[in-house]
Design a protein around this ligand. Structure first.
Ligand code: SAT
Ligand code: MN
Length: 589
């Protein structure tokens, strides 16, 4: 089969000539095709059926042990100039990188089937959705892409004979970490990924297309592609308001996106529109609307339980793929945190026997994941497929910070909010290879995902704020503040509803706040603490802005800004100086 789109056919022919697969399979996206793919992997042992009574349609898989997370040091933005990629990205000239990659891709699919996957990021009927293709030699990737995107004939149909599509080429190669490259060519909307079969390295619709390529395209076209969950909160009166929130990978986006309000919030409902990526643009009514380009969740398994995120677990109860978790003897998935006590024995993510007594590491890899259809989420928003998307009242930034950042504060205006987002920092997690727990700046949670220079990116954000007088209000949250003993002092999870309520009230002009040097924090009593055990001292600690800690934070911010040259907007430096002044005013008063 081929398509009726000549540009697509020509490119597929070129790729086939380069990679020389034994056969070519054009994906139609049907259930029958998915079932056949899964059967193929079950037959060759790369996938294992889970207990089909308890986990209908669910399968288990292990990646190579050296291929378990995104690899930022092998990720490149190959724009025409180094300046366009910015100091925030690894860069190589497109011609040089293509030369190298063409070498790696030459003949790499010999003996393999080449899958041609047409996919659509965003609802099929939405004018804001974008079509892409992933050509891959991995049946595992193909099966995952069917969960994560709207894939197959529907995407081809949407494209018609347009030449506006992203070209993504992927091969697992030999899974050699020294021959692993995740490369993006923003100007020509191309992606070439070699040598990995896992997650964002290989499921090209996600980070590669919907964030790195899309962020560059969004700048050109006047919209935004952001690393944000989209959540609707319905009040007992039946009014639903939407927020978008940017946290780095593995910092709780999936948990917040489908939170269950606590007992005290009877009558409130939370609706999940998306858990990882938001594409946003202004509509004629002056409001910023968001769509979720994805159709599935690629959620972190460890820590997910009935207590922490029942909705995620229920989403993954059927028709899902579990990768790098542990496997119990009765063919159930298991990971740290799923149950209070570990199983007496199981097989760990490496395929070795594991018992709690003899363990020399976790049974599930810290970045083990479930791939689950978003529609299966018990609180999937009815707006998930809406072509217009949902209007956003508040944008929330955050990260993991043991110290310094208070539970919540509000930016004084859009420009200040952009600065707050730009200065967001977080402790690193297992979602990317490298040390875990180090504080690093992660502007708008886009450090690994912005397809161009951060100075230009902040300028684009500033411009977006000027487009409307109804731009969302901007907030910063930190669920991860610790006491001196290293214990978390905020319960998090469903209780975060209390902070969200304050945010919604601020948007509606319904509650008070106190100005501090860094922004406005809730007045005493403004956060509803009914039904949780938080005393006044703890609350003070949670909301406290310590001028000394912020002085050293300020130094970090200056250092960060200095890395960028002329592209850093003057407004960012203005904001830095304003913060400096506000801080010195309190320390001298
Ligand atoms: O990039 S992944 O999709 O592998 C996960 C993440 O980092 O959010
Ligand atoms: Mn993510």
């Amino acid at each position: 089969m081929t398509s009726t789109n000549q540009a697509v056919n020509k490119w597929v022919d070129e790729v086939a000539a380069l990679t020389t697969p034994d056969s070519i399979h054009w994906c139609d996206g049907s259930q029958g095709e998915y079932d056949a793919l899964v059967k193929l992997m079950v037959d060759d042992g790369t996938m294992v059926p889970l207990d089909q009574e308890k986990w209908p349609g669910c399968y288990y898989s292990r990646s190579a042990q050296n291929d378990v997370a995104r690899v930022e040091h092998c990720t490149f933005i190959c724009s025409e100039t180094k300046e366009a990629a910015g100091p925030n990205n690894n860069w190589e000239a497109p011609a040089v990188m293509k030369d190298k990659l063409n070498g790696l891709f030459t003949g790499c699919m010999k003996g393999r089937t080449m899958y041609v996957i047409p996919y659509c990021m965003g609802p099929i009927g939405s004018p804001y959705s974008k079509v892409g293709f992933e050509i891959t030699d991995s049946p595992y990737v193909t099966a995952n892409m069917r969960i994560m995107t709207r894939m197959g004939d529907q995407a081809l149909e949407k494209l018609g004979d347009s030449t506006d599509f992203v070209r993504g080429l992927h091969s697992t190669g030999e899974l050699d970490p020294d021959r692993r490259f995740i490369c993006h060519f923003p100007e020509t909307r191309e992606i070439m990924s070699f040598g990995s079969g896992y997650g964002g390295n290989a499921l090209l619709g996600k980070k590669c297309h919907a964030l790195r390529i899309a962020s560059a395209q969004a700048k050109d076209e006047g919209w935004m592609a952001e690393h944000m969950l989209i959540l609707g909160l319905e009040s007992p009166e039946g009014e639903t308001r939407y927020v978008a929130a940017a946290f780095p990978s593995a910092c709780g986006k999936t948990n917040l996106a489908m939170l269950i309000p606590p007992e005290t919030y009877k009558g409130w409902k939370a609706w999940c529109v998306g858990d990882d990526i938001a594409w946003m643009r202004y509509a004629d009514d002056g409001k910023l609307y968001a769509i979720n380009p994805e159709a599935g969740f690629f959620g972190v398994a460890p820590g997910t339980s009935d207590k922490t995120n029942k909705n995620a677990l229920d989403s993954a109860r059927s028709n899902s793929i579990f990768t790098n978790v542990a496997l119990t003897p009765d063919m159930q998935p298991w990971w740290e945190g799923l149950t209070k006590d570990p199983p007496a024995e199981c097989t760990d993510w490496k395929g070795n026997p594991w018992t709690p007594e003899t363990a020399d590491g976790p049974a599930a890899h810290p970045n083990s994941r479930f791939t689950a259809p978003a529609k299966q989420c018990p609180v999937a928003s009815p707006m998930m497929d809406d072509p217009r998307g949902v209007p956003i009242d508040a944008i929330i930034f955050g990260g993991r910070r043991a110290k310094t950042a208070p539970l919540v504060f509000e930016a004084y205006d859009w420009e200040h909010g952009v600065y707050v987002g730009a200065m967001a920092a977080s402790e690193t997690t297992a979602a990317a290879t490298g040390a875990v727990g180090l504080v690093r700046r992660d502007p708008m949670a886009m450090k690994p995902f912005c397809g161009y220079d951060f100075g230009d990116y902040f300028a684009h954000w500033l411009k977006m704020g000027k487009k409307s007088d109804q731009a969302p209000k901007i907030f910063h949250v930190n669920w991860f503040r610790q006491d001196d003993e290293g214990k978390f002092i905020w319960p998090g999870f469903g209780e975060n509803m209390r902070v969200l309520e304050w945010i919604l009230k601020r948007c509606a002009g319904d509650t008070d706040a106190i100005d501090t040097p860094i922004g406005s924090v809730p007045s005493p009593g403004a956060i509803n603490l009914d039904g949780i055990d938080i005393d006044a001292i703890t609350l003070e600690r949670l909301l406290g802005v310590d001028p000394e800690a912020w002085q050293s934070e300020l130094e970090g911010q200056e250092e960060f800004l200095k890395q960028f040259g002329e592209t850093m907007p003057k407004e960012m430096w203005d904001q830095f100086h304003k913060l400096q002044e506000r801080l010195s005013a309190v320390s001298t008063s």
